[in-house]
Design a protein around this ligand. Structure first.
Ligand SMILES: *[C@@H]1O[C@H](CO)[C@@H](O)[C@H](O)[C@H]1NC(C)=O
Ligand SMILES: *[C@@H]1O[C@H](CO)[C@@H](O)[C@H](O)[C@H]1NC(C)=O
Ligand SMILES: *[C@@H]1O[C@H](CO)[C@@H](O)[C@H](O)[C@H]1NC(C)=O
Length: 214
């Protein structure tokens, strides 16, 4: 029902049965994420690494609003995140309870076809996207429905809309995605977040591991 509604908004492109594409495992991009019901809004730059399951999000916020803004490094394999508060200039270390969010197309997702965002009438007025949706159940047993789009060429994430009875609807959009991680040290937490020992050994502890241990 929710998916059908979205499709009316997007417009339906009829095509042969599409194959899910594979999103690059490491990329960086600017995101805008909003949820009205939860009064939640994030604007920032994300470094995303699905190989070692880690994320860094640097909030971009208008300093004049007086709101707190953060630099968060989340290491899902170690289940720990470091949240640096720019205003208070301090860092909180906490256990990660939320599941890793994979921004690729999931194996059970259903195709909703392909469509142009913008237009295909003139050159460079649109981007062809592939649309997929599905649902998942959180550890707290809430079902979340989602519909997401990826660029048809390159399979880069474009947007994700989620809906659940408990959390309402959220919309996440990506901009200016680049493939790969530009700075290999981007997942090393700030000095304020680490003990003296951790800081001295930061490249071994938080740099890029040579090999993924399964
Ligand atoms: C950081 O500073 C804020 C404001 O001064 C304070 O409320 C908070 O408890 C501090 N957090 C840590 C981890 O020190
Ligand atoms: C979740 O998706 C599956 C198909 O992948 C579907 O059979 C099921 O009805 C959906 N569940 C809900 C609660 O929408
Ligand atoms: C999860 O929710 C479903 C339907 O809402 C219910 O049937 C099931 O028993 C719940 N499971 C747990 C572990 O609470």
């Amino acid at each position: 029902m929710f998916a059908a509604l979205l499709l009316c908004l997007v417009g339906i492109a009829v095509a042969q049965r599409p194959q899910p594409c594979t999103t690059p495992p490491q990329w960086e991009g600017r995101l805008f994420d909003i949820n009205e019901e939860q009064k939640f809004r994030v604007e920032g730059k994300l470094s995303y690494d699905a190989v070692y399951r880690r994320e860094r999000l640097v909030d971009e916020i208008d300093e004049t609003t007086g709101e707190d803004y953060f630099d968060t490094i989340a290491l899902f394999d170690q289940r720990v995140e470091f949240i640096y508060n720019y205003k208070a200039r301090n860092c909180t270390r906490q256990e990660i309870r939320r599941p890793w969010r994979d921004f690729g197309i999931r194996p059970n997702d259903r195709s909703f076809g392909e469509a142009y965002i913008g237009s295909s009438v003139f050159p460079e007025t649109g981007v062809l996207v592939t649309i997929w949706g599905g649902n998942f159940t959180t550890p707290t047993n809430d079902t979340i429905d989602y519909v997401s789009t990826w660029t048809y060429r390159g399979c880069l994430p474009v947007s994700r809309t989620t809906y659940s009875e408990k959390y309402g609807s959220s919309h996440l959009s990506w901009y200016d995605i680049t493939v790969g991680i530009s700075d290999p040290n981007v997942f090393i937490p700030r000095r304020e977040c680490l003990t003296n020992f951790e800081w001295e050994n930061r490249f071994t502890l938080f740099g890029t591991p040579n090999k993924k241990i399964e």
